[in-house]
Design a protein around this ligand. Structure first.
Ligand SMILES: [Zn+2]
Ligand SMILES: [Zn+2]
Length: 194
């Protein structure tokens, strides 16, 4: 992936489409970058703890370089649009929470309604595109504080991602990371064979 791409393009390319959730994630990533005064992470300097697994997290991965594979993206399945971004070098962390909206804007509601439909008419497709344009403007140009609350927090950094030996499962013969295998009289057994 080209690291010189603007954050918006990075995120869209990574996520595969543009949507309101992704745009919110872009706002979070850009705010965290600025607030913690860091550039894109290349060596696990940044760590993200996310409390949702929806679209916005892809912006965190694409823009901040906190990814599942690198081990610097931690997913807590709490169903909340809350993102904690921490910098090891600076020993600082910021917790960013999307504000709760009792009544979403009518255009957002309509957009969601259209997005849930399996087949759209031509008119609906155009309507959806137009709504996305309006929502795009609103999300990208609103003051950050209107969309999110944030605070610096104390953060206990976990150990850096570790690499474990791979052992062979005595039943299926496939390799399995040692701490995930169960040992019995037959040898190592992987979790899918138990
Ligand atoms: Zn999306
Ligand atoms: Zn097995």
């Amino acid at each position: 992936m080209c690291k010189n791409m603007p954050p918006l393009e990075l995120a869209i390319q990574f996520h595969g489409h543009i949507c309101p959730g992704l745009l919110m994630g872009i706002r979070v990533a850009e705010f965290a970058q600025k607030h913690l005064n860091v550039s894109q992470d290349y060596d696990e300097e940044l760590l993200a703890v996310v409390e949702t697994n929806s679209c916005g997290v892809d912006a965190i991965q694409a823009i901040l370089g906190c990814t599942f594979g690198k081990g610097n993206l931690i997913f807590n399945d709490y169903g909340k649009n809350v993102y904690t971004i921490a910098s090891r070098d600076k020993n600082r962390a910021v917790r960013i929470a999307q504000k709760f909206k009792e009544k979403p804007e009518p255009d957002s509601m309509r957009y969601r309604q259209l997005s849930r439909k399996v087949v759209l008419t031509d008119e609906e497709t155009i309507e959806r595109e137009n709504l996305l344009g309006i929502i795009f403007e609103r999300i990208m140009s609103s003051p950050f504080e209107e969309l999110f609350t944030w605070q610096e927090i104390e953060f206990g950094f976990p150990q850096k991602a570790q690499i474990y030996p791979t052992v062979q499962c005595a039943l299926c013969g496939e390799g399995v990371m040692e701490p995930r295998a169960v040992k019995n009289e037959k040898g190592y057994i992987c979790l899918t064979c138990i």
